[in-house]
Ligand binder design. Structure first.
Ligand code: LLP
Length: 422
């Protein structure tokens, strides 16, 4: 069995290939650290979700925060994808990538007046509103623009997504969404606002969810609320059931796209509803569609540890440091497993937390290139310039071709927006 989670990355003749490209060729041309994405993997993952709906009316809105490169967004837009955004910057990216604003949902707890105005002027589909104060602000801005803004309320169904606490959002103590109790009154308030159109109801309970039961519990509660609203004369036109379906990082057993979508359709039948569904997947589509390549600078040993010091750090891939996340790391040259030793794979950043993997079994020598898996979501998009490290390039593989979709930053880029005092 391949050690790679996505079939678009695998060894051929002992060397790692991305689709039909030898990744060593990418390393030779662009150096490391460097991100490599597979177009075929992205398309397949999007289509798995799309097909799982069969003929049920639906809209997949890719969560831009997972991977916001415009080439990625453009590939998905061409498939018919919509987008879930959380900032005006993300909206700018979607428009720049050729995305259809009529398929854009604007989520997030802190939308500013100027962001709301930009989104209304761009004709987005819907705002997912997260508080009464925000609802009032959308009404005010829409009125100033003589526009009507479509909204959904993001409700918080108070279910435990059973994931890392930093990426669980559906519990009552979370800053996200409106409680179920408050939602009813908020919808009544929305109904009375002249520049607001009630479009949907939204819920997103967290990310990297590996079981179906939290989704089932959440939609059951949301659908009950939709029926209550209907009785009160408030008609919901669309159900936005968020993102959150997990992927394999290590050896997780995961529900299939079909099972995941079927849970929603089944609960909808039970609730006697028949409405279009939007979902906002990020990680499921892009997570295992990308890898991060990094070169071993030095091997270092002490009495208790072996260290492989690599040229990618927590500024390039924050997940291991921030969430203690596991990312599978392999040598791009296949080596006999019997020579594997345990290494802490550490980056160059001056922080003790700059560890990409602890006690990772790998056969490695200085100058070898390693592939860090599951780096297509929340990887480059969370990268920073900490320690004044230029951010890595991104490369998209398509069959036997590869394309630079973002240049490596230069030292000049690091200071280009700064200035000295006069
Ligand atoms: N919709 C909303 C409203 C969200 O907040 C999120 C993710 C998504 C959709 C997409 O969720 P996904 O399908 O990708 O699980 N940086 C963290 C993940 C943060 C997720 C934030 N919200 C990580 O690296 O694990």
């Amino acid at each position: 069995m391949s050690t790679f989670h996505d079939p678009c990355f695998d060894y051929q003749g002992g060397t790692l290939f991305a689709e039909d490209v030898n990744v060593q060729n990418i390393v030779n041309e662009f150096g490391t650290p460097c991100y490599v994405y597979s177009k075929a993997a992205l398309v397949r993952q999007w289509q798995k979700l799309d097909r799982a709906f069969s003929d049920h009316p639906h809209q997949i809105c890719f969560a831009v925060k997972a991977n916001s490169n415009i080439a990625v967004l453009n590939i998905l837009a061409k498939l018919g994808s919509g987008f879930d955004i959380v900032s005006a910057g993300e909206l700018h990216r979607v428009l720049r990538a050729g995305g259809d604003p009529r398929k854009v949902i604007f989520s997030g707890v802190a939308k500013s007046k100027s962001e709301i105005a930009f989104a209304i002027n761009s004709n987005i589909k819907c705002f997912n509103v997260e508080s009464l104060a925000e609802l009032e602000r959308v009404q005010t801005v829409a009125e100033q623009l003589s526009a009507k803004a479509s909204i959904g309320l993001r409700v918080n169904p108070d279910v435990d997504a059973q994931t890392h606490p930093y990426i669980a959002t559906g519990l009552e103590e979370s800053k996200f969404g409106i409680t179920m109790d408050a939602a009813f009154e908020a919808y009544e308030a929305a109904k009375a606002m002249p520049n607001i159109h009630i479009h949907s109801i939204a819920c997103h309970i967290g990310s990297q969810i590996t079981k179906l039961s939290p989704f089932r519990d959440a939609v059951e509660k949301v659908f009950a609320l939709v029926n209550q609203l209907k009785l009160a004369g408030i008609d919901i036109e669309q159900l936005d059931l968020g993102g959150g379906l997990g992927i394999r990082y290590k050896d997780e057993k995961l529900p299939s796209a079909n099972d995941y979508i079927e849970v929603m359709l089944e609960q909808m039948r039970i609730a006697n509803l028949d409405l279009p569904i939007a979902i906002e997947p990020g990680r499921y589509i892009s997570g295992n569609s990308g890898i991060l390549l990094t070169t071993v600078e030095y091997l270092k040993h002490n009495d208790s540890k072996n260290f492989a010091v690599v040229d990618a750090g927590m500024n390039d891939l924050l997940r291991p440091s921030l969430y203690q996340a596991y990312h599978q790391i392999s040598n791009i040259q296949e080596k006999p497993t019997k020579a594997k030793k345990s290494y802490d794979i550490v980056g160059p950043v001056c922080e003790s937390a700059d560890v990409l993997a602890y006690d990772h079994p790998i056969d490695v020598a200085a100058d070898d290139v390693l592939a860090i898996q599951s780096a297509g979501a929340y990887a480059f998009s969370m990268a920073s310039n900490y320690n004044s490290r230029p951010r890595p390039p991104e490369i998209m593989v398509d069959d036997d071709q590869y394309h630079l979709i973002r240049k490596r930053e230069s030292y000049g880029d690091l200071t280009s927006t700064e200035s000295l005092l006069p």
